[in-house]
Design a protein around this ligand. Sequence first.
Ligand SMILES: Nc1ncnc2c1ncn2[C@@H]1O[C@H](COP(=O)(O)OP(=O)(O)OP(=O)(O)O)[C@@H](O)[C@H]1O
Ligand SMILES: [Mg+2]
Length: 596
Amino acid sequence: MAQSKSKGRKTSFSILEQFSILGYLFQFAAKQWWRFGLSIALMVASSSIAAYLPIIIQQFIDERIATNSVTIQITLTVAGTYLALIIVRMVLVYIKDYLFFMASEYTVAEIRNNIYHKVTSLNMEYFNQTPNGEVVSRVTNDTETIKEFWNVFLQFFDGFINAATVAVAMFSLNADMAWVFMAFLPIVFMLIYFYQKLSTIVYRRMRSALSRVNARISESTSGMWLIQQFNQSERMKKEFKEINDEYVEARINMFRMDALLLMPAISLLEQVVLVIVIWIFGSQILNGTALDIGIIYAFTSYSKSFFRPIGHMISSLSIYQDGLVAASRGRDLLANDKLMPEQVGVESLTDIDGTVSVKDLSFTYDGVQDVLQNIDLNAGKGEMIALVGHTGSGKSTIINLLMRFYEFNRGEIEYDEASIRDYPYDVLRDDIALVQQDAFMFYGSFKDNIRLHGDYTDEEVIAAAKFTGANHFIEALPDGYDTIISEGGSSLSAGQKQLINIARSVIRKPKILILDEATANIDTESEMYIQQSLAKIRETATMIVIAHRLSTIRNADQIYVLHKGHLIEQGRHEELIEQEGTYFNMYQLQTLQGIQ
Ligand SMILES: Nc1ncnc2c1ncn2[C@@H]1O[C@H](COP(=O)(O)OP(=O)(O)OP(=O)(O)O)[C@@H](O)[C@H]1O
Ligand SMILES: [Mg+2]
């Protein structure tokens, strides 16, 4: 599984793929076009000013100092213009960065929203196959990487526009000298090529070390009880140190590559070009065709402003690669068409009364092995049916289909004689409630957790809590129903969580209530209480119950016994006991254990 995953993960892209990924990103950026556009315009303006500044000094030197015509007034004008332009440029750079930053934040927020939206509408299959951490990473880390990616774009544009404006200024001053700079461009391209090859490897190693560090931290916090129970702390600490060291080493390599390789190379280029410029200048003096001194000043400062931004541009190439990977994952996720099963949504079907019938239903999760085969079930309005069978016999799978978590192709499920596919999701979720064994608690008060943002009054919440008996322990707390439950409900016992969970369903007054091992975590006394409550629900709702403890379903109207996805027995408790089949054996075993 892990192997097939890493095989499927792309890390390098052809030019064509790069364009298609960039297209995906630009499609989100399009809404911010005026911000991006304006900041690029400002980039051109501020680069032009930067390229023009040396020309002011050059003109001052050549036209005033060299001709001995400097006056106080002229000096002040030149200095004033220079200063004013520097200030204007600073302001432009600030606005440019601000606009670009805003645009990239909004763009990425939009992508994050889209991905989250998509994730919530995906088929359960996706969540079965994808580790939790990976889903989180898609929504958070990847979008952050995409944001860095935009900043790289800024660098690219900046470097490019800067080099272009400097080139224009150089050619307008002295074409021969300008060609010297151009002659070095092939070397710059070679540098880009080699740096990219090297940095991709080093950078990738760093990212993977970082993700291992993160994965280890999240794994250890969620599995902390296991770590402490099996006394694994020392081993985990040692392993963590190794992973952490790997990460540090990768970071140091990265730094070495940038600080020792890239910047010195760029600065070497800068100096070599400078030497050549001086050499040309000197030889022209010797030939008697001296250049103006101001020009040499201008070219000295251009040698810095031409190569430096290119250096920055190159150093962000590794992030470009990473951004591509992140963006491609986002794009793939958005293209995932394994959505929640579709509903036709027939308008006349506005509610479910409570009859359930499953006809000749067969189902497979993986398309290979049938988990259910030719299942037939029936429950009249207000009846209670029970599903029993050994572990893995397919009980929860039937529930998954009754809840419309998965699409099925063979057989039919009907509520009130209409296909499950014809109901809008709202109707299914309003009228059918499912209580599973592990109750998830959201961060929030008891009230919020029972209400789950439904439109229920405090009285209804309290009535629901009383119904399940949860009121006893809630009311004993200082803040009562307003007490905050931590995420996941770690401050509550398993039984307490379940009572809240059942109250959640009861408050919705469902027409069909499905219980999958709902009372397995609850002590006998609370269970008795719940059984009484459930007996009351039976008056208003159809119940489908899965229970390992057979004593809890003795009075079901119909008991269905499953074995490896087949229905092997069905009938009332007494009838099944009389048959002396599988149910009889299971029951006997449990009563025997009860006696011991
Ligand atoms: N999401 C899934 N993807 C693939 N196979 C699954 C999935 N859920 C269950 N199965 C498989 O389907 C079969 C039936 O599982 P199911 O959960 O329906 O059993 P069950 O009767 O509810 O068992 P238990 O009493 O242990 O809860 C099992 O072989 C299981 O491995
Ligand atoms: Mg189950």
